[in-house]
Design a protein around this ligand. Structure first.
Ligand code: FAD
Length: 297
């Protein structure tokens, strides 16, 4: 099944993102998390590709097992940086063999040891080139990334939106947003995307702030801005990890509630492989009850 069809059911779609453990950790650790997360009856679970140093080889395996062993639709992330057409087609072959028909198509970031990495030297300098290659098969549902505050490499949101439209027009079914902490930023972004002619679904991506170190790293990596309310929380609980976690859970819960009340078709939760915190957030909202509540009600 292509994931876009799940969004056509007029239900709020809960989707969750997990990452593969690093190569020196047993792969089973992620399944302990998924075992807990499945109680939320997510419509689908996505598996990152090499993000944050996790093992690339495990993405196909984990996506495949999510589908076969848990009966949950799976979306495999695929980044094109550093890959040629042969690599990309070989990964697509593996996904089809495992009955995984949904890809989150991304460019990826430069290798950590090569900050001056030149994308233009590769066969896929941008995600849109990867999407063209995936489209040739006509066998995958395709999602792509949207950056509500603009991609850090792009100095003007207008230009970023221009390339985003180009990417969507290449053949994207829907977009999932980069994390953001201020819903107004997301609502404004959706308005601007619509006025640029981007008409596909844009699903908000939410990452709960569970500790102060994590938040600093994330802001450094993706440049998300922090509203005053969240800044106060981080300052207040910097040295009180348990209180920080509790406040972060509450903050994410209220963000989600507001998004759903405003008619968003779904929410994508960056779980960071944390099970109970994510379960608590979903149950707090009272809106997504086992993934089956009516939209905006
Ligand atoms: P693109 O859409 O290619 O855009 C990258 C930059 O290039 C932007 O600044 C854009 O404006 C510009 N651009 C695009 N087209 C052109 C053009 N034709 N000419 C000039 N400039 C252009 N990373 C991982 O490593 N693994 C993951 O699993 C992963 N999952 C993610 C999931 C989500 C939902 C999101 C939002 C991000 C994820 N990332 C992941 C991070 C992502 O790889 C980075 O943000 C990356 O830097 C950009 O990827 P992209 O697909 O948005 O790139």
């Amino acid at each position: 099944m292509k994931i876009i069809d799940l969004y056509k059911k007029n239900k709020v779609v809960l989707s969750l993102e997990v990452f593969p453990p690093r190569a020196n950790y047993p792969v089973e650790t992620v399944f302990q998390t998924i075992e807990e997360l499945k109680k939320l009856e997510p419509a689908y679970i996505s598996v990152t590709y090499g993000a944050g140093g996790s093992s690339r080889a495990r993405t196909v395996e984990i996506a495949s097992r999510i589908k076969r062993e848990y009966g949950i639709e799976a979306q495999a992330h695929l980044t094109c940086v550093g890959h040629d057409k042969k690599d990309i087609n070989s990964i697509m072959d593996q996904l089809l063999e495992e009955d995984v028909h949904n890809i989150m198509a991304l460019r990826g970031d430069p290798p950590l040891d090569d900050p001056d990495f030149d994308y233009s030297r590769g066969e896929f300098p941008y995600a849109s080139e990867l999407i063209k290659e995936i489209k040739k098969r006509d066998e995958f549902g395709i999602a792509a990334a949207a950056h509500p505050e603009g991609h850090p490499e792009c100095s003007r949101l207008k230009e970023d939106l221009f390339y985003l439209k180009e990417k969507v027009d290449t053949g994207v079914d829907f977009l999932i947003s980069q994390l953001f902490f201020d819903n107004r930023v997301f609502f404004d972004f959706v308005d601007r995307a619509r006025s640029t002619g981007i008409n596909c679904l844009i699903i908000p991506g939410i990452m709960p702030v569970l500790n102060s170190l994590q938040i600093r790293r994330i802001i450094y990596l993706c440049g998300a801005s922090m509203p005053a309310r969240l800044l106060k929380i981080v300052d207040k609980y910097e040295d009180k990890p348990q209180d920080m976690e509790k406040a972060g859970i509450e903050y994410a819960s209220s963000q989600i509630e507001e998004l759903i009340v405003n008619g968003m078709p779904g929410v994508h939760l960056y779980t960071m492989n944390r099970a109970w915190q994510i379960c608590k957030i979903v149950s707090n909202t009272g809106i997504i009850q086992t993934g089956s509540s009516e939209r905006g009600s």
